[in-house]
Design a binder for this molecule. Structure first.
Ligand code: NAD
Ligand code: IPM
Ligand code: MN
Length: 358
């Protein structure tokens, strides 16, 4: 079969990690006899440089809409970080997520046992492994609420952002969290700030309503501050974490680190059909960009999620995940997952190792 993939390398390490992921996808295509057809498109800082007035050209959105799935590297960087700028690279991400109605973001934080020494957590806390799925709402909340910057008569500036959720927005993401839990360890931890925020109290009520359809799933509610502490105290208490757009952003970075590195965590952004956008959870890492230092595994594992969720190619997805595990059985590591006695390799070499272990 032929699959159409839009590729948005973006900025910083984005092009380096997507290059390796595309190589892996091509190798999977050869091994399993599939054809992946790529259309490259610009978004983020590189698009601002070319088009000046937008980080997400119309053409890019059209290319995505005409594809079966999107692979994205990362966007942003210091060059475009002016706090007064009207156009910002990150607007491209919101434009893609919102414009393609990708309201569900799955971020699986799984510790490969070979990376125990790369995790900052002690052995007794890691135990026999960490496996948490963060289900992050992706097209609502404070990311998409009204925002405004005003200058008062006395010259003082006031800025405002709005956190907002509707019943239907919470319901559809909660259902996905419970469905995921049914295929896992049947526990959902819904994370909010219901002791303060009205939007969190609505969130909590709707989640409880949805839970009634899943009597086998244990539901607990935790405040976000407590959750961030519990994640390092005892990450094994979690199965599925269901949370809002902003809390999910923050908690998934934390979850990634306990599995060894942010360079390991893939993500899938999904909507109502099989179309999806796949990207590592990390950013453009300007501090290491262009130096062949970035870990491409998060992006490679994102391609595995693409095969599974958008194309239903489970054996092919498994083959990538197994290849990553086999590479981690060897002594080769990128800098972010280095530990004693290991051999440091670059982005390209790590990608090649995955291809040769497919
Ligand atoms: P970042 O995730 O880019 O980097 C944080 C730290 O993690 C850095 O030290 C970086 O070197 C390291 N790191 C990240 N990915 C790595 C990898 N694959 N291998 C090894 N080390 C890695 O976060 P930041 O520095 O806060 O943000 C940089 C830029 O990226 C900003 O412009 C931000 O808005 C943007 N950003 C984009 C996305 C995205 O495109 N999805 C996500 C997060 C941040
Ligand atoms: C992520 C990033 C983005 C987010 C930014 C760059 C808009 O941090 O994908 O995790 O906050 O969603
Ligand atoms: Mn983030």
């Amino acid at each position: 079969m032929k699959y159409k993939v839009a590729v948005i390398p973006g900025d910083g390490i984005g092009p380096e990690v997507t290059e390796q992921a595309v190589n892996v996808l091509n190798a999977v295509g050869e091994k399993f006899n599939h054809k992946f057809e790529y259309t490259y498109a610009k978004a983020g800082g590189c698009a601002i440089d070319e088009f000046k007035t937008t980080a997400l050209p119309e053409e890019t959105l059209d290319i995505c809409k005409a594809s079966d799935a999107v692979l994205l590297g990362a966007v942003g960087g210091p060059k475009w970080d002016d706090t007064k700028a009207k156009v910002r690279p990150e607007q491209a991400l919101l434009g893609l997520r919102g414009g393609l109605n990708l309201y569900c973001n799955l971020r699986p934080a799984m510790l490969y046992k070979q990376l125990k020494d790369a995790s900052p957590l002690k052995d007794r806390i890691i135990g026999d492994g960490i496996d948490v799925l963060v289900v992050r709402e992706l097209t609502g909340g404070i990311y998409f609420g009204e925002r405004e910057l005003l200058t008062k008569e006395n010259g003082e500036e006031v800025a405002r952002d709005t956190e907002q959720y509707s019943t239907s927005e919470v319901k559809r993401i909660a259902k996905i969290a419970f469905d995921s839990a049914m295929k896992r360890n049947k526990k959902v931890t819904s994370v909010d700030k219901a002791n303060i925020l009205e939007s969190s109290r609505l969130w909590r009520r709707v989640v409880e309503e949805v839970a009634k359809d899943y009597p086998e799933v244990t539901l607990e509610h935790l405040y976000v501050d407590n959750t961030s502490m519990q994640l390092v105290r005892d990450p094994r208490q979690f199965d599925v974490i269901l949370t809002s757009n902003m809390f999910g952003d923050i908690l998934s970075d934390e979850a990634s680190m306990i599995t060894g590195s942010i360079g390991m965590l893939p993500s899938a952004s999904l909507g109502d059909n099989s179309f999806g956008l796949y990207e590592p959870i990390h950013g453009s890492a300007p501090d290491i960009a262009g130096k062949d230092l970035a870990n491409p595994l998060a992006t490679i594992l994102s391609v595995a999620m693409m095969l599974r969720y958008s194309f239903g190619l489970n054996a092919e997805a498994d083959s990538i995940e197994n290849a990553v595990s086999k590479v981690l059985d060897t002594e080769y590591r990128t800098g972010d997952i280095m530990s004693e006695g290991k051999v440091k390799v670059g982005t390209k070499k790590m990608g090649e190792l995955v291809v040769s272990n497919l």
